[in-house]
Ligand binder design. Structure first.
Ligand code: GLN
Length: 193
């Protein structure tokens, strides 16, 4: 079976780590910096980093509209952390006018965990995976509202969703790409046609 070609948005953030996890999950990752590099992709990963910076770079690289249209048109996408923020239809605690892609019918709170627990790690049960994931949260968002079509795959200890799926879109507040565990990426890759 051939490996699905999966783009990794490579403007900022932990691109290499996602590419490595995608290889392990059975995909063929390619870095995406230009609109034409969206052609022929089976899916795309929007990495963690800084959502305001990635949003601004999406504009600078003329990728914001093409990628937004591709996702709206059914291109499967997986966003981790900043990527979750970029895929959300609504963001609270964002910068005014922060550019986003949207597609996921959720409201996401940016930097939700606050200063005290700004970054932490915790074992997390994720629907569809047998063993818990070692979840790394770095100035992470959480989900405050989920639309009707959104499935919650995991919640942080306080009860807010931190992994969600809606049709062709998957998002996590945490960074599975940093732990050498490709099971979340495999969930995404398995869903690709
Ligand atoms: N706090 C970052 C943001 O707002 C996300 C952090 C991350 O991706 N690790 O984009």
């Amino acid at each position: 079976m051939s490996r699905p070609r999966v783009g990794v948005l490579a403007l900022q953030g932990d691109v290499r780590e996602h590419a490595r996890a995608l290889v392990e999950a059975g995909a063929d990752p390619v870095e995406v910096r230009r609109p034409e590099e969206l052609d022929g992709l089976a899916g795309i990963v929007v990495p963690g980093g800084e959502s305001t910076t990635i949003g601004r770079l999406l504009q600078v690289f003329a990728l914001l509209d093409p990628l937004r249209e591709a996702v709206a048109g059914g291109l499967p996408a997986y966003g981790s952390c900043a990527g979750m923020i970029l895929l959300a239809d609504e963001v609270t605690g964002g910068q005014p006018g922060q550019p986003t892609l949207g597609g996921l019918d959720v409201t996401v709170r940016r930097n939700a965990f606050g200063r005290q627990v700004d970054s932490f790690e915790a074992p997390l049960q994720v629907a569809g995976l047998d063993e818990p994931v070692h979840a790394v949260f770095i100035r992470a968002p959480w989900v405050e509202r989920t639309g009707a079509g959104v499935e919650v795959l995991a919640r942080e200890p306080g009860g807010h969703p931190v992994a969600v799926r809606q049709g062709h879109l998957l998002a996590t507040s945490f960074h599975p790409e940093l732990t050498g565990d490709a099971r979340v990426h495999a969930l995404f890759v398995r869903g690709l046609g």
